[in-house]
Design a binder for this molecule. Structure first.
Ligand code: PMP
Length: 360
């Protein structure tokens, strides 16, 4: 009899599927969604758009209307092209597939977004992580030295970084782009909260592309990410893309919402205001070090020995608040919890639950 364990690659057998917690009945502050629903008038317009979509038809493979809209709304420089993904997760897959020649190396600072490493595994390219300093700052010299040794085909820089929340210095990233022998992807998933972007510089750096997502600006459920860059890069990634990867409902709704981007921008500003408030409250809490954030979440380290962070996480969950526990993952993240910024009421509940859990 054929057994899966004799067929499935050993490294796939050894790994875990990407963990996503069940948030039923909990205040959900674990995966950096926007906490705000659409205003009623816009939700109604979305409903009208959806009712007219021809779901019996395949999508237009090029999704030209949506791509053109993104070019305009997101200020993609003239001469650059746009690739769409079913979430930027899928863009990571396409980019990795396109560079995964025999012996290729993929690099990124670590800890960073887990999918960079996962897709390297899927496509059989070696992942060489360069560990951040203990305060999560980027050791640019160490990164440059590692690049010199590894000659990576692909470098991922999440700007700002997840799960640490900080944005590495622009001057250090520029040095990395200039020294890289291959492609550098600037992953700007958290750009709406960062106040800085590499997008206008796409024409300056030939070996750089910029990846973004609409997930953090109220559209996580649509699953839409995009990569902007020179046609030489985008054309190559496009060959690794599933032909109909953006479904007709996503395309229609994203067009409607991006045409009303001012609403999404206002929601992002409300999150930013809340982040400031949450950060000052966290700074007052004993037993937790909160790290600076340029994103819509804050990483905090619980003081104490082994499992201190997980205990606080479990207590918070028992009192109805779900955050993300990073203990047991990267050693630098021991006892770290990632707190997504929610509505004022959710943040109040989160900080109350955290305070109670820390003093229990
Ligand atoms: N990049 C980074 C840095 C992220 O943190 C995330 C998700 N949290 C993604 C990419 C993927 O986002 P999505 O697939 O929702 O576009």
């Amino acid at each position: 009899m054929t057994e899966a364990k004799n067929v499935i690659r050993p490294e796939i057998q050894a790994m875990h599927a990407y963990p996503v917690s069940d948030a039923t009945g909990l205040i959900k502050l674990d995966v950096m969604e926007s906490p705000w629903p659409l205003p009623d008038w816009l939700a109604k317009e979305v409903g009208e758009v959806v009712s007219k979509v021809a779901i019996n038809r395949y999508p237009v493979p090029s999704a030209e209307r949506l791509r053109a809209l993104i070019r305009g709304v997101m200020q993609v420089p003239a001469g650059c092209d746009v690739l769409l993904g079913n979430g930027s997760d899928e863009c990571i897959q396409y980019i990795t597939a396109a560079v995964a020649r025999e012996g290729a190396v993929v690099m990124a600072p670590t800890p960073s977004f887990a999918m960079f490493q996962m897709h390297a595994l899927f496509y059989r390219v070696r992942f060489a992580g360069v560990t951040l300093r203990n305060d999560f700052s980027l050791d640019a010299e160490a990164f440059l030295a590692a690049m010199d040794k590894e000659k990576p085909a692909l470098v991922w820089i999440a700007f700002p970084n997840n799960p640490t929340g900080n944005a590495f210095p622009i001057a250090d990233i520029e040095r990395i782009i200039r020294a890289a022998p291959g492609l550098v992807v600037i992953d700007e998933a958290y750009q709406p909260f960062a106040g800085a972007t590499f997008m206008p510089r796409l024409t300056e750096f030939e070996n750089m592309v910029v990846m973004r997502t609409v997930s953090k600006i109220s559209m996580a459920g649509l699953r839409l990410g995009y990569v902007c860059g020179r046609p030489e890069w985008i054309g190559a990634f496009n060959k690794t893309r599933s032909p109909f990867n953006i479904n007709v409902l996503t395309e229609a709704v994203a067009i409607k919402l991006l045409e009303n981007k001012a609403v999404l921008d206002q929601q992002a500003v409300r999150v930013l205001n809340e982040r400031g408030r949450v950060q000052s409250e966290l700074a007052e809490l004993g037993g937790l070090t909160a790290y600076p954030s340029a994103a819509n979440f804050v990483l905090g380290r619980v003081a104490g020995g082994k499992d201190a962070g997980t205990r606080v996480f479990e207590r918070m969950k028992a009192s109805g608040v779900l955050v993300k526990d990073f203990s047991g993952g990267h050693p630098l993240l021991e006892n770290c919890l990632r707190l997504t910024i929610g509505t004022p009421a959710e943040n109040r509940a989160m900080i109350d639950a955290l305070r109670a859990a820390l003093s229990a």
